[in-house]
Ligand binder design. Structure first.
Ligand code: HEC
Ligand code: HEC
Length: 390
């Protein structure tokens, strides 16, 4: 009898008969829209403003520096304290904890090399400029401007690694060494590309017209994806292979930090960007063509930037949380509830009202979450970096 059942199961759809799925109808437009969320992994990028970008010796030096506690004022904090490899390069906290609690959440560093604005407020226009702030910020590593230089000059391994990466010995110019430290850190971070997930298999199969393989993708996720690219309009902002435009938006997350004080988001970020000696218009940009500074040259602060935050990418999103720039939304279910019920009054009045309460049913909300979870996958533990100069 059991044998007969097994045979029937096999006939009904192979070994995984109990998981047998089906494929919803996908229109040509929908298939094109799904296809835009790939390919994955994307081709590697090289940052022309950073002369060690993409170079193995720079990447290795960066990985060592990323984990080096000595870059902090009290010797107890490294980049990896908040951006932990085992926690998808974040820390699981609602708000980052440095020497004090910060007002914002630690973002993941997955796929950070593909962005063009950095930080929740876009105060950084390059990955290396963004990497300088935590080294100096008294609330974070509080290292002081000369610490990286002193360390690079005094530690034989780091000095040797620096020589391999930059083709010279660490010199006497402290600020140059601070920037070079950040450039090595950036070269390393740009290698952090999240792995393929079941969504990527589905997308490739759907685009290739391989119905059998596409049908392995759970039905709930298929329905959720249809909402994501369809009536829920999520891909207006969460677009492309990384599920972000890399730009900024206001989705109605309150930006009060404490009574009487607000986080002005993009508005303040643009002010800090313009004031930074390390922006791409400054002398540390290694790109002789100047093309990399195009965005920085042309960006203009507008009133609508008030309370805007950068659209986060959604790969590995279900493994993170709490969510949003201030960690104020606990779970993915709560995020979807937020979009379902968002109060129009909360949305910035003079922005274009792209976000409106979606009033999703219970099933639709669950489907959206099911889809979002297919953007996650397990990541094997990261092996220790090889020595700089064995
Ligand atoms: C105390 C915790 C903490 C430490 C230590 C820390 N970070 Fe961060 N990191 C954050 C927070 C919080 C943000 C968001 C900052 C913002 O929006 O202003 C952030 C943002 C970033 C970003 C921007 C990511 C994005 O999506 O735009 C990069 C890159 C980054 N950190 C790299 C580093 C590097 C490199 C170091 C070490 C030199 C470091 N961080 C140390 C908490 C930390
Ligand atoms: C107008 C652009 C826009 C639209 C449309 C939009 N989002 Fe977002 N999304 C954002 C921005 C901006 C944030 C960050 C807001 C903040 O931190 O204050 C965000 C945050 C998120 C987060 C939290 C990620 C994290 O790491 O904290 C998730 C999940 C998310 N959105 C999913 C969705 C889904 C699902 C939809 C469709 C129902 C959607 N978004 C529609 C712009 C948008």
């Amino acid at each position: 009898m059991t044998r007969l059942l097994l045979l029937l199961a096999l006939l009904a759809g192979g070994a995984g008969a109990s998981n047998a799925q089906q494929l919803l109808d996908w229109s040509a437009d929908e298939i094109a829209s799904v296809g835009q969320h790939g390919p994955w992994p994307p081709p590697p990028v090289r940052d022309p403003s950073n002369r060690v970008s993409g170079m193995p010796a720079g990447i290795l030096l960066g990985e060592h520096l990323f984990n080096d506690l000595r870059l902090s004022g009290d010797g107890r904090m490294s980049c990896a304290t908040c951006h932990q490899a085992g926690r998808d390069w974040s820390d699981g906290l609602a708000k980052a904890r440095g020497n004090v609690e910060l007002d914002r959440r630690t973002p993941t560093l997955w796929n950070v090399g593909y962005l063009h604005w950095f930080g929740w407020d876009g105060a950084g226009d390059s990955l290396w400029a963004q990497s300088i702030r935590p080294l100096l910020d008294p609330r974070e590593m509080n290292g002081g401007p000369a610490r990286p230089a002193t360390l690079l000059r005094s530690d034989a391994q780091l000095a040797c690694g620096y020589g391999k990466a930059f083709g010279e010995k660490p010199g006497i110019d402290d600020e140059k060494l601070l920037v070079d430290t950040a450039k090595a850190l950036a070269a390393f971070q740009a290698t952090l590309v999240s792995p393929r997930t079941s969504f990527d298999d589905f997308r490739d199969a759907l685009v290739a017209g391989d119905r059998d393989r596409a049908a392995r993708y759970p039905l709930a996720a298929q329905r959720g994806l249809k909402l994501f690219i369809g009536s829920a309009n999520c891909n207006l902002c969460h677009l492309g292979p990384r599920f972000t435009s890399g730009e900024f938006g206001d989705v109605g997350i309150p930006f009060f930090v404490r009574p009487g004080e607000v986080d002005t988001g993009r508005h303040g970020g643009l002010g800090r960007l313009a004031a930074s000696p390390f922006n791409l218009l400054g002398k540390y940009n290694d790109d002789p063509t100047g093309a990399s500074a195009r965005r920085t040259r042309h960006v203009q602060r507008q009133h609508t930037n008030f309370g805007e935050f950068r659209v986060p990418g959604l790969r590995q999103v279900g493994r993170g949380g709490p969510y949003m720039h201030n960690g104020s939304v606990l779970t993915l279910e709560d995020v979807v509830k937020h979009y379902s019920e968002v109060s129009p009054d909360r949305l910035h009045s003079d922005g274009v009202p792209v976000v409106r309460p979606l009033a999703l049913s219970k099933e639709q909300s669950a489907d959206l979450v099911s889809f979002l979870r297919t953007l996650d996958t397990e990541v094997p533990p990261r092996p220790a970096a090889p020595p700089l100069c064995p």
